[in-house]
Design a protein around this ligand. Sequence first.
Ligand SMILES: NC(=O)c1ccc[n+]([C@@H]2O[C@H](COP(=O)([O-])OP(=O)(O)OC[C@H]3O[C@@H](n4cnc5c(N)ncnc54)[C@H](O)[C@@H]3O)[C@@H](O)[C@H]2O)c1
Length: 350
Amino acid sequence: MKIKKLIDRKAHEFEFVNIAQLEKKLINDISNLDILIFDRSIIKNRLVKKLLYKFSSRSLIIKGEEKIKSIQNYSSLIEKIIKKGIQRKSIIYSFGGGTIGDLSGFLASTIMRGIEHVMIPTSLLAMVDSAIGGKTGINSKFGKNLIGTFNLPKKVYISSDFLKSLPKREISCGFAEIIKYSLIDSKQLHKLLISKSKIHINKLIKLSIDSKFKYIDDYREKLNSKNSRAILNFGHTIGHAIEKSNFYKGNLKHGEAISLGMIVELKISSLFNYCPEKVTNLIELLKKYKLPVNYSKYVNKKTIPALIKRIAFDKKIINKDVNFVLIGKSGGFIKKISIRDLKSILYQIN
Ligand SMILES: NC(=O)c1ccc[n+]([C@@H]2O[C@H](COP(=O)([O-])OP(=O)(O)OC[C@H]3O[C@@H](n4cnc5c(N)ncnc54)[C@H](O)[C@@H]3O)[C@@H](O)[C@H]2O)c1
């Protein structure tokens, strides 16, 4: 199955392949001018072993984690790549989760003013989110993804076979984003997620890609409140604040914090009478995909001041409005809420 979408009139192509098909394509396509970047977690994969054997001198193995998206790591890797020898027609092939994808994309877009990047996302989150849309980036000490480019990969190969080795907790984090799409946009996705029958993961990945594309057909933040990229942030305003406030010393993964954020933001939607009965359904759905639902452990009278401070800091606003994503009958939309109102709303839903 192939998907081709346009971003700023440029093609963004996805191909769903099994591991044998991927092997055939890559062995055929990769040349000795190219660079291969692998997440250390997948080096036992049979295809990865083969590629590492065949292209050992052109390969880099990195442990996929947020830390690697640093300026220091970027600088050391780019020198290593240049030392290996590179030409304008060289291609970077990256195999890994979102951290490897973001970093490799940034490397590709800056080496020799830009070489091509082929992405092979191996985490569920990368397949349904970070490999879509061409955002690349690394972190500054002042915040996440503050340094980056927009650079569409030449191709994205989706092989759900990689998910066999992905830890269950990481699978659940990917599901948090799929659940998000089902709320902001896709009724079809929602039906599949609640269904009792077994659904092929590729179907969920494809619908997630379709969904994300409704909000990102260009790189700019759109102004209309129905299709703005900002709607993709549903669950993230509160979720990030929970994650960053680090109340329990980082024991929450990003997707888990977003799940809690989605519950709180849906509760806010209910408070405004936009969607009366969905909160309990969301909680059931999150439980089904083994995501946490104990939001009151993180959002309570004691934590609200710190959360509000964090939101104001993240959005760089004081006493002004936050573009909040709420859910109504026909999906996600933006509503401006002042920091002061948000604070009193959080106390009310508690
Ligand atoms: N560019 C974008 O538009 C965009 C969108 C969303 C998120 N992101 C970025 O994505 C990153 C998060 O991505 P992530 O959740 O994939 O994190 P990650 O890259 O840290 O991967 C999560 C964990 O899974 C492991 N892993 C990956 N694939 C595996 C496999 N097949 N088998 C076993 N282990 C495997 C990794 O080693 C890591 O330990 C963040 O840095 C975030 O900023 C980017």
